[in-house]
Design a protein around this ligand. Structure first.
Ligand code: PGA
Length: 251
């Protein structure tokens, strides 16, 4: 694992966008695995800036999002489909047919999940997966549990995730209780992984991911086994890790 610690959220976004844009320039028809949430917003802002000011070309890029709430239409303002359009997909020259997000309104969840995995596999897998991390150590919506789940699947969201995500909804009762998430296989098979984390609320999860035992109770801990992962954090998210002492001792 390579860990890059930068000053703040904006710098995390710049660094992550730099790695993603390098992938797009090296392989214009790359498959990107994308994430939603507050953390990737600065990354997407920077990618949009690169498209507008530097001609970063998304015309051959394909994207596969990690997850979607079950029950929300793509045009629901809290759906992840809506989020992606708002923050990235409608702002760059990507082709709509090349963008993929699990269908939260499906009537056949099992079939939707297996078709999603097949689509990723048929396209040759993900070249780069962007990940956030939940404060409970989840990646995508792979919540802490008794085992790592390989395939795309339906998940019951934990109380902690429902509470954390309620900030996007009018009240906690409005947060969907279930979601579709890609599983650990497509994530772990990605050629490169870029994980971003900011703020002190993520410090425990980041510490457990970097130094903890590899256990399904901390889904992100499995990433220790990936050969090409870059973790980009701000100072607050690294607080409490022994890396922080060495990185900040020059101050
Ligand atoms: P956040 O979510 O970026 O909104 O904190 C990250 C995650 O839950 O994976």
């Amino acid at each position: 694992m390579k860990v890059i610690c930068v000053e703040n959220e904006a710098a995390v976004g710049k660094e992550a966008a730099r790695l993603i844009s390098a992938m797009i320039r090296l392989k214009p028809d790359c498959n990107l695995g994308l994430a939603t949430g507050t953390t990737p917003m600065t990354t997407y802002n920077e990618l949009v800036r690169m498209y507008k000011e530097e001609g970063l070309d998304f015309s051959k890029v394909s994207t596969f999002n990690l997850d979607e709430y079950i029950g929300l239409d793509a045009d629901h303002p809290q759906s992840y489909a809506y989020f992606m359009d708002e923050h990235l997909l409608s702002k760059v020259n990507i082709k709509k047919e090349n963008t993929h997000i699990p269908n939260g309104k499906t009537l056949r969840v099992d079939r939707t999940c297996s078709a999603y995995d097949k689509k990723i596999e048929d396209r040759g897998g993900l070249d780069l997966q962007l990940l956030g991390i939940g404060r409970n150590g989840h990646i995508g919506f792979n919540e802490p549990g008794d085992k790592f789940v390989a395939e795309t699947h339906q998940i019951n969201l934990t109380d902690d995730t429902i509470e954390a995500n309620s900030r996007f909804f009018e009240c906690e009762e409005d947060v969907p209780r279930t979601a579709i998430t890609t599983g650990m296989r497509s994530i772990m098979h990605a050629g490169r992984i870029v994980l971003i984390a900011t703020g002190e609320s993520k410090a425990d999860a980041v510490h457990a991911m970097l130094y903890g035992e590899i256990i399904p109770q901390v889904p992100a801990s499995l990433l220790q086994l990936h050969p090409e992962i870059t973790v980009i954090v701000d100072r607050a998210a690294l607080a409490g890790s022994s890396l922080a002492d060495s990185l900040f001792s020059a101050d």
